[in-house]
Design a protein around this ligand. Structure first.
Ligand code: AKB
Length: 321
């Protein structure tokens, strides 16, 4: 049985991935790690290590201590926070990737999952049904780190045979753990505010269309690409991945069907410029062909699931309006 290390296990995607991998492989084979104990559910649910992804010696020691075969590197600074701390974003996003790529190059680990993002695209990219291979001129620090990372993943695969796999995640929507510091975070916040306050002030304009995905689909994609036989993985930079595209107005209207009195106002901030530089929809035919990717959740199904789960979560806290 392979031993798996998740770096950044307390975060939005890392936490749900950790639970799913435990279900599949058994808790004893999954080592969750993060820079702090910011998610007690993860800390208390199995093996947990404090780990700074930027520290090569610490990452190597953790990998050796637990005899790790596979690393999911989920630690990253996202687009919004990256614009505030450009050098920190570069340091974390690039050095953590080099550390795991080099451990694979040295034969210490066998397989890597590393997330890329729609942030690799920029204002010169075709915005509708953005192709797999197209112009990538990102204008955010986060996007630059993801684009550079993709180039290095492909380089390490081509030159050193490293089995690294990657997906360009769209905005991910989930109810268990909040996202932190992204431009697509509004699409999670809006559900929480609908339930707890009945109103939401959106930091993007009402007609800003972006590619999005429900967490269950994102986890299925992540595990799907990692379980695919290596010879089918034709793209070693990162795969386009798509599910649903919508605007703040469309998600507001979908919520209003369940909560008729819900209201919204729009106050675009610095993240509007980031959102405007990203695609509106993505062509993910390569992922469909190479490893049978197919999403399950549309806006209606996701909205219904989000509201049901969040109502349940907030029930005991008396925060529901
Ligand atoms: C962000 O908004 O920065 C992320 C992403 C699209 O990668 N959610």
């Amino acid at each position: 049985m392979s031993k798996i290390l998740i770096i950044g296990a307390c975060g939005q995607i890392g936490s749900e991935l950790t639970h799913k991998l435990k279900e599949i492989h058994g808790s004893e084979n999954i080592i969750a790690s993060d820079i702090s104990r910011s998610n007690m559910d993860i800390v208390n649910s199995g093996i947990f290590e404090i780990l700074d992804a930027k520290d090569y010696d610490a990452v190597k020691a953790c990998v050796e201590k637990h005899d790790i075969d596979i690393v999911y590197l989920m630690a990253a600074m996202l687009s919004g926070t990256g614009e505030k701390f450009p050098m920190k974003a570069w340091d974390l996003n690039m050095n953590s990737l080099f550390h795991v790529l080099n451990l694979a190059k040295e034969g210490v680990i066998k397989q890597i999952f590393w997330p890329s993002s729609i942030a690799v695209f920029g204002p010169t990219t075709p915005a509708l049904e953005t192709p797999q291979h197209t112009i990538c001129e990102p204008t955010t620090v986060y996007g630059i780190t993801k684009q550079t990372g993709e180039r290095w993943c492909e380089y390490y695969h081509n030159n050193y045979g490293v089995d690294v796999r990657s997906i360009r995640y769209p905005g991910i929507i989930s109810w268990k753990t909040m996202p932190g510091g992204g431009t697509t975070d509004y699409a999670v916040e809006i559900y929480h505010k609908a339930i707890t306050q009945g109103s939401y002030e959106c930091f993007l304009a009402e007609d800003t269309e972006l590619p999005m995905m429900f967490m269950e689909d994102a986890i299925a994609a992540t595990i799907g690409i990692m379980d695919t036989p290596s010879e089918h993985i034709k793209i070693r930079s990162s795969y386009n991945l798509a599910a649903i595209s919508f605007t703040p107005k469309a998600i507001f209207q979908a919520i209003q069907k369940h909560i008729p009195n819900f209201s919204i106002s729009y106050k675009p901030d610095f993240r509007q410029r980031i959102a405007d530089s990203w695609p509106k929809s993505i062509d993910d035919s390569s992922a469909k062909t190479d490893w049978n990717w197919q999403h399950k959740f549309d806006l209606e199904k996701m909205t219904s699931e989000m509201l049901t789960q969040l109502r349940d979560k907030y029930k005991s806290t008396e925060k529901i309006i």
